[in-house]
Write a new protein. Structure first.
Length: 142
């Protein structure tokens, strides 16, 4: 009887130790996963922010050059100076492409910071308003 009780105690203690070790592994894996996610978002932000800034700057420069060249050299009737018009349209396309890329880079940067502080990635923009509202209904018989 003593052998059965001692064997069952050792067996249950061993199971408890294995469960505790597994929970520690899960906790360490969660921290490791958070760091990998942080590094992923930080890397994406480090690549998207310069690309967006270059596109935005080149687009603004091309747009300004295209506008100035078009107003000085473009002839509507003969079509001369149409290269400036293409430069203008290309500049607008670069600006309209660079702005969302730059915004997405800043979003990824803020997500990396949120993961590092162990906060939620999804923020709610609702303002808590604590006001008692009396609702009144009107019934119209048809």
């Amino acid at each position: 009887m003593k052998k059965i009780i001692s064997f069952s105690c050792i067996f249950f203690l061993t199971i408890q130790l294995l469960v505790a070790q597994d929970s520690l592994k899960t906790e360490n894996q969660a921290k490791s996963k958070a760091m990998k996610t942080h590094d992923f978002y930080l890397q994406k932000s480090k690549t998207l922010i310069p690309v967006g800034a270059v596109l935005l700057g080149a687009g603004i420069g091309a747009t300004i050059g295209g506008v100035v060249g078009t107003f000085q050299h473009y002839d509507l009737f003969s079509g001369e100076g149409s290269g400036y018009l293409v430069l203008w349209i290309t500049g607008i396309a670069c600006v309209s492409t660079g702005i969302p890329i730059l915004i997405k880079g800043f979003v990824y940067h803020s997500r990396a910071n949120l993961i590092l502080r162990d906060e939620s990635l999804y923020r709610s923009y609702h303002l808590p308003i604590k006001v008692n509202v009396l609702s009144v209904g009107v019934a119209i018989p048809l």
